[in-house]
Write a protein of this length. Structure first.
Length: 404
């Protein structure tokens, strides 16, 4: 029995050693798994941009899920870390600090308000974190970002140039601007002053206001004293809601135009049609005819996608394709150095990150053109061109007017 017991003990010992070997082997396999690609989303989930942020984030989450389900990027899964910038520069800086310093992301994607992007951009270029944005102010790409920034939103020069062209087509003569105090305000006014005289029109004044005020009657009175036949409302949804009510109460019967992100479906639902009717809106148009747009529309459950969700869909697609083109190097510098190599040129045109990753794995060049349209960038990081859609509020709904 003693001998048998020793044999059993030896078997147990050998079995235990084998098990330990298997566990060690499994542990080695676990350790051998490539690290996830860590990316950050920074969207306006609350605040003035709160009606857009959740959809923007969902668009990026969906792309990440699709890529992960297809095997990831060079075998690496994508991990997203999401923060709310609250449409507030101070809150955005705190959130960006977390993404950069704690979550160690290679890219921060999807800032919306120009003031937020202006505040966050220095943190990104100083840490060599890549930044993608939908903000439009000219001043953003004039920052010394060293290439760590691209934007899919047309800049002020491009947007307001096409807005001015539209206003001239309406044969307006006297334009007054009521603008929220943002980096977009002054460049917009200057651009209109360049464009309008070409068609015999002029700017007759402007007021830059604090968007958090609860009344703008003095600003409205100043605008009406200038006797404009068009007022450009260059603010956000909350302040434009107040301005439109006060213009109506003051008896203004001239035309109004605003950015589409400010005077939107939500605003039309909050005000009587008699207050909003006739108001024109200008919105960068996504590539509504593309397969990428149709796929995203199905995911988000709407046939009328906002441009920012489409652009964010393209942000993460561009970043992941750039990482793949860099042979899997997931760093801000690698993304900076490779993003144009997969978004412009003579490669195979793709509108899906999954499709593009397959082609890159086969050694083929790609040219990404996504749900927002062509993604060709200048050296400064500006999108080269886009289409602007103009609509008009009629009976509490928007009616298409023109695409420029």
């Amino acid at each position: 029995m003693r001998q048998r017991g020793m044999i059993l003990s030896r078997r147990a010992l050998l079995g235990g050693a084998a098990s330990a070997g298997v566990l060690a082997s499994l542990a080695g396999v676990v350790r051998a798994q490539p690290a996830a690609i860590r990316l950050g989303t920074l969207n306006p989930l609350t605040g003035s941009g709160g009606s857009y942020g959740p959809s923007m984030r969902k668009a990026m989450e969906w792309v990440a899920q699709e890529v992960n389900a297809a095997g990831g990027v060079n075998g690496r899964q994508v991990q997203l870390f999401s923060e709310d910038d609250q449409t507030n520069p101070e809150a955005a800086v705190r959130a960006a600090r977390k993404l950069i310093d704690i979550d160690k992301v290679a890219a921060v994607m999807g800032t919306w308000a120009s003031a937020v992007t202006t505040a966050v951009a220095p943190l990104c270029w100083e840490s060599k974190t890549f930044l993608t944005t939908v903000s439009g102010s000219d001043t953003i790409t004039q920052l010394p970002h060293n290439g760590y920034l691209i934007r899919t939103q047309p800049n002020t020069h491009l947007q307001i140039g096409k807005l001015g062209e539209f206003l001239l087509s309406l044969r307006v003569k006297r334009v007054f601007t009521l603008a929220a105090q943002t980096p977009f305000a002054v460049p917009s006014q200057k651009r209109l002053q360049e464009i309008l005289p070409r068609g015999g029109a002029e700017t007759v004044g402007s007021v830059i206001y604090d968007k958090d005020k609860t009344t703008f009657r003095s600003e409205v009175d100043q605008a009406l004293r200038a006797k404009p036949d068009m007022i450009y409302l260059n603010g956000y949804t909350p302040d434009c809601t107040i301005l439109m009510k006060e213009l109506f109460k003051a008896g203004y019967t001239g035309a109004k135009v605003a950015q589409g992100y400010a005077v939107n479906t939500k605003l039309l639902g909050q005000l009587p049609a008699e207050v909003t009717d006739g108001t024109y809106t200008a919105t960068p148009s996504p590539a509504v005819e593309s397969a990428g747009y149709r796929r995203l529309a199905k995911v988000l459950g709407t046939d009328d996608l906002d441009p920012y969700s489409c652009q964010c869909h393209d942000h993460i697609s561009l970043v992941l394709l750039a990482v793949a083109h860099a042979k899997g190097e997931a760093s801000g510098t690698a993304i900076r150095d490779h993003v144009r190599k997969i978004s412009q040129g003579n490669g195979v045109k793709v509108d899906s990150a999954v499709e593009g990753l397959k082609l890159l794995a086969q050694g083929k060049d790609v040219n990404y053109e996504g749900a927002s349209g062509s993604c060709d960038f200048t050296e400064l990081g500006d999108i080269l061109d886009c289409k602007i859609r103009f609509d008009q509020a009629q009976g509490g709904k928007f009616k298409f007017v023109k695409l420029i």
